[in-house]
Design a protein around this ligand. Sequence first.
Ligand code: ATP
Ligand code: MG
Length: 285
Amino acid sequence: MAGRDRSKGGYHEGSVDTILSVDAVAEEAGKIAETIPVERLEALAGGEAFVSIDALRAGYGRMEILHDFSLRVAKGSSLCLIGPNGAGKSTVLHSIFGFTNIFAGSIRVGGKDVTRLSPSQKLRDAAIAYILQDNSVFPDMSVEENLLMGGFLKRATRQARQSAEKVFEKYPRLAERRKQPARVLSGGERRLLEISRALVMEPDVLLVDEPSIGLEPRFIDMVFEILADLQHRDGKTIIMVEQNAKKGLEFADIGYVLVSGELAKAGPGSELLSDPDVGRLFLGG
Ligand SMILES: Nc1ncnc2c1ncn2[C@@H]1O[C@H](COP(=O)(O)OP(=O)(O)OP(=O)(O)O)[C@@H](O)[C@H]1O
Ligand SMILES: [Mg+2]
């Protein structure tokens, strides 16, 4: 990921003395790990899970990154993954979307086993979208062309156009700039375009990796408002990773702390926000 200095940790906004190194955070985080039975995850999801991951072992090449990882989230709910750099948070999203090697375990969405589907099958047949982050907008193409790119898997261009129109109706900021090259967009508008591009496929599940990265505070708030709207008004199920643990946990119904490829803590977002260990390690206090 471009533009982030890993040596500085990334969770802290506090004074210099409160900053722990990345390694220290990982080590300390290992100590707070709890064993969490899947029944607890089910209870947290509050009923019927829409996305279920069971005992997943997955990684890249032959290297296993996620060990025995399980997850439950109900339809129209949101879940935020936090944890140290390199814990495997993005790998969870990659695994749901089909970018990793899955050695064992299963992933189900809406009762359907999607463990072995390819990313394009996930998008087209299982209504799962992965929101690309960090400069995935094509600067020389117009806003409209960028948006239509999101519909390349739709069977008819007409369908993609219709859903692009729905996005423009929803977001006048983009509609006003539809014929302009995407390079004129502000950072926040670009992020809006990245999110909107995923919406053209009309997904049920949105996988969002670090929506606030690289944005100034007013744009961060805008992005979280858009995500809240997608969850609460449109009933999308959202699974996100967020370095800004405070924002992520304030937003999400459920929070998971991932450490070294394993689930270390799980609870309602608001509960993790007030957990002293989470505060010390991930909230800079
Ligand atoms: N495409 C890849 N090929 C090989 N190894 C990878 C790949 N992507 C990630 N890894 C490795 O998998 C591990 C977990 O990485 P991941 O990106 O999931 O961590 P993360 O929790 O998202 O970290 P960060 O907070 O830094 O984004 C790391 O050791 C990383 O080096
Ligand atoms: Mg990541």
